[in-house]
Design a protein around this ligand. Structure first.
Ligand code: NDP
Ligand code: 2IT
Length: 444
């Protein structure tokens, strides 16, 4: 049996109750086969893949807090420190009722390769809680965040582990978390990224994931002889990543005609009105029904359905496993040219294969959404030198990083005889640096 198959078998047996983690590992290890097979004996002796698939450490803790009725509530907090071979652990905190160990492990595992692809010195980690910020008062969110940080502070620090936002964790939550860390530790340091501009945040971090997704999409299309201007795009989600993806798509001359949230979706043939979407989602924290009510050209539909709309480019920006095989078939039947993932693992394995087999350019999340964490690393640099760069400075570094990532993964795919297979290219390019650092640092 090949070393990859041996390890896949062990990982499946050991993590049987964590389907998202297994999905992420299967995608990565299967696409690393050409690299692993060429070094099989040495990697097996070093137990390299077993080490890669086992988090360095993981924390799970109780988060008690008091709601507005005086009732005590209890949530579970998580932080997985997956791999520190190339830098301090770096990755977001997800606040969503679905959060469990397997979801945090899949996100932390993806983060290892994504962070490596950025070219910046950051290792892989992820955390979060099954707390749902939706419908909670600001005071309740603060009570939760303070309690969460009262446990988490022991494990993090500007040079050890630097969390940030993810689903459900935005500027408000990062502010409350930062305040509590500072209060407990008594130090003013860049322990979190995505901070507000008045207390150490970086310009362009808020926009970075969505903008970066479009810089990647543009570069990938360009290298295949296609101009993004004039193209029609479907976006899913209507949170941080989706909003700034739509904004940049419009700036680049594409037209985004859909967005969604967990209850429904909008079809707006005139193009999504980004200012209105920001007002509905960032200011009012409301549902997309409010967008549709205020926008005569928009149709609102309950449930899911974004991928049924004809488009040239599909940009899934909501959550994992939101683009299924039937969606992939529909996109192909409608003549879709490219799928670039803004979310983490939004496309199932069979849907990814179907898209690739049918000639759709497919850029995986660990490359396409790396602009967020890359700009977080730029925020860390600014915090270390106690300076703030201009928006243009950060944005131009972000553009260059996304362009570099594309060419690195494109080259890696070609080097292993898999031209156009950007999934393999991303995994191989991300893996090479991490494995080099792991081997150099001995058995640890
Ligand atoms: P937000 O919380 O800002 O927005 C999430 C959006 O996705 C909302 O519209 C939400 O709808 C929708 N959504 C979330 N969960 C589900 C679900 N189970 N089913 C349907 N819709 C859902 O998060 P972000 O925009 O920050 O994150 C979106 C994706 O991008 C995630 O996969 C995240 O891991 C990834 N990502 C984020 C980065 C960042 O910098 N923020 C960086 C890289 C990747 P509703 O409000 O109704 O729940
Ligand atoms: O998935 C991700 O890359 C993020 N949620 C951003 C992580 C970060 O540290 O900025």
């Amino acid at each position: 049996m090949s070393y990859v198959d041996e390890v896949l078998e062990k990982v499946r047996a050991k993590n049987a109750s964590e389907p998202e983690f297994l999905q992420a590992v299967e995608e990565v290890l299967n696409s690393l086969r050409p690299v692993i097979d060429a070094n099989e004996e040495m990697y097996r002796k070093e137990a390299l893949l077993e080490r890669l698939c086992e988090p360095e450490r993981q924390f799970k803790f109780r988060v008690p807090w008091v709601d507005d009725n005086g009732q005590v509530q209890v949530n579970t907090g998580y932080r997985v420190q997956f791999n520190s071979a190339i830098g301090p652990y770096k990755g977001g905190l997800r606040l969503h009722p679905s959060v469990n160990t397997g979801i945090i492990k899949f996100l932390g595992f993806e983060q290892i390769f994504k962070n490596s692809l950025t070219g910046l010195p950051i290792g892989g980690g992820k955390g979060g809680s099954d707390f749902d910020p939706k419908g909670k008062s600001d005071r309740e969110v603060m009570a939760f965040c303070q309690s969460f940080m009262t446990e988490l502070y022991r494990y993090i620090g500007a040079d050890t582990d630097v969390p940030a936002g993810d689903i459900g964790t935005g500027a408000r939550e990062i502010g409350y978390l930062y305040g509590q860390y500072k209060r407990i530790r008594g130090v003013y340091e860049g322990v979190l990224t995505g901070k507000g501009l008045s207390y150490g945040g970086s310009l362009a971090r808020k926009e970075a994931t969505g903008y970066g997704l479009l810089y990647m999409t543009k570069e990938m299309l360009k290298s295949n002889g296609i101009d993004i201007a004039g193209k029609t795009a479907c976006v899913s989600g209507s949170g941080n990543v989706a909003i700034y993806a739509i904004e940049k798509a419009h700036e680049l001359g594409a037209k985004v005609i859909t967005c969604s949230d967990s209850t429904g979706w909008v079809y707006d043939p005139e193009g999504i009105d980004v200012a209105l979407l920001k007002e509905v989602k960032e200011v009012n924290r409301a549902r997309l029904t409010e967008y549709a009510a205020k926008r005569p050209s928009a149709e609102y539909h309950e449930g899911r359905g974004v991928w049924s709309v004809k488009c040239d480019i599909a940009l899934p920006c909501a959550t994992q496993n939101e683009l299924l095989i039937d969606d992939a078939k529909q996109l192909v039947a409608n003549g879709c040219t490219a799928v670039c993932e803004g979310a983490n693992m939004p496309t199932t394995l069979d849907a990814t294969k179907y898209l690739q087999d049918n000639g759709v350019y497919f850029v995986p999340g660990k490359a396409a959404n790396a602009g967020g964490v890359a700009t977080s690393a730029l925020e860390m640099s600014q915090n270390s030198e106690r300076l703030s760069w201009t928006f243009e400075e950060v944005d131009s570094k972000l553009q260059q990083i996304m362009i570099n990532i594309f060419h690195n993964l494109d080259e890696a795919a070609k080097k292993y005889g898999l031209p156009g297979d950007y999934v393999s290219g991303a995994n191989i390019a991300g893996f090479e640096k991490v494995v080099d650092a792991m081997l150099a640092q001995g058995v640890c």
